[in-house]
Design a protein around this ligand. Sequence first.
Ligand code: PEP
Ligand code: MG
Length: 538
Amino acid sequence: MKKGIAASKGYAIGKVFIQEHEEIVISDAKVTDIQAEKEKLQKALVASREQLEKIKAKAVESMGEEKAQVFEAHITLLDDPEFTGAMELEIDNNSSNAMKAVSDVTNTFVMIFESMEDAYMRERAADIKDVSKRIIANVAGKAEGFEITEANTIVVAHDLTPSDTAQLDRSKVVAFLTNIGGRTSHSAIMARTLEIPAVVGLKDITTTVKNGDVVIVDGIDGDVIINPDQATIDEYVAKRENFIKEQEELKKLIEVKTVTKSGKRVEVCGNIGKPEDVHQVLANGGDGVGLFRTEFLYMDRDSAPTEEEQYASYKYVLEKMEGKQVVIRTLDIGGDKTLPYLPLPEEMNPFLGYRAIRLCLDRKEIFKVQLRALLRASIYGNLCVMFPMISGLEEFLQAKEVVDECKAELKAEGKEYSEKIQWGIMVEIPAAAVYADELAKHVDFFSIGTNDLIQYTLAADRMSEKVSYLYNPMHPAVLRLIKMTIDGAHKHGKWVGMCGEMAGDETAIPTLVEYGLDEFSMSASSILNAKKIIMEQE
Ligand code: PEP
Ligand code: MG
């Protein structure tokens, strides 16, 4: 058995087809007939366009317009004079052969994109490489793509490009396995959309199996069982049937409003880390976004995102959610999350130190950029903003003062914002839970962050394996604090959500419903199951 990263849920049993991308050797040879070489390039561009149009049409059918956009972007690249025009120039000026011209121009573009600040733009380098590979294959006259003829095929590859994945024929391909990639690589995301089980990051699966081997793919645990015995096959056939039945049942709940048996309406929302995650929330029937961890916008880059960049991200989420509630949390950096461009003091206990709202109130110049972006984006939807790590009233009031400063600035600049934004706090420090009935007089809502609340209540570091046995969401003291928070809010007519992992925990949901929690927010893939459990409660 081999273990990799479970990238797309489900079970499959089938025969291996190893997809080998033929290496095309690009020579440095100069050409004499410039015109003929340019025609070769043009022909390859036309062929590439025809193939991409077909792939796009197929992708629209199997994955919807939104996901198929990536191929529209590829087609646009073929029309970009700076990209394909530069290839012609390369042939003209340096007598390069067509393949070398494509390869050199691609390298320059990839370098430019890979050094960009914006993570989205950096990712576009992969698209450029994908298109370039296609053009080169067409110049070389190599057949593009691969044909699967047998049913129950498991495609095994070093990696799959988005176009490879989109072309997988679902009537024949039942799963795929790759050497590289993670849960968030393009091919993994597409596999989830196509609902094809996939395990990625298997390191050497292309050399461990051979064509025709029978393998079991477990896309839930990330296991691959090679040439299994009959008993194991039977076991997984049963697992697969169960899984399919469960999924079909859960899908019926996508459009269903979540109401308990006694008639209480409960919101089930999704947690997101980047703007595009909203699509998963919607696809899984989420009622809204219950937590947007905005610190992810600040990570993996060399400087903080500008007001304009943040504004674009928040606007995108609000627009895509079409009036559904979106709770955006202000920057929660510090603790286990650090930024290369924002040096933090060395502390003995970073989780108890300079983090989240403490840092933002101290570094108002950073805080204000985010607040201005949030205020400006607020006109595009139903926005709630919450502050993390609030320990008492003073911090909330101070944060609101900074908000007022930003509002005044925007007004003076003639920039719009909505007056309907709800302002809330995360209840993740025990003090806030104990003091909830007072805090509730001032805030519009609470969201309980159990990931931190549990660690602070039980003094059990959430990162430490040694004390993980103490980290118990169902500890009576934790439950009391949750109940106090909910009761405190309801006393003043405010609503309470929960966005820590506990909200999606099957064993905790019945108790949380009983306590009267109004909103549950969790990873998108848990939403449907949570809906089902909530609807079974009184
Ligand atoms: C929490 O503490 O429960 C929470 C949702 O926030 P984070 O996990 O980002 O600290
Ligand atoms: Mg937290």
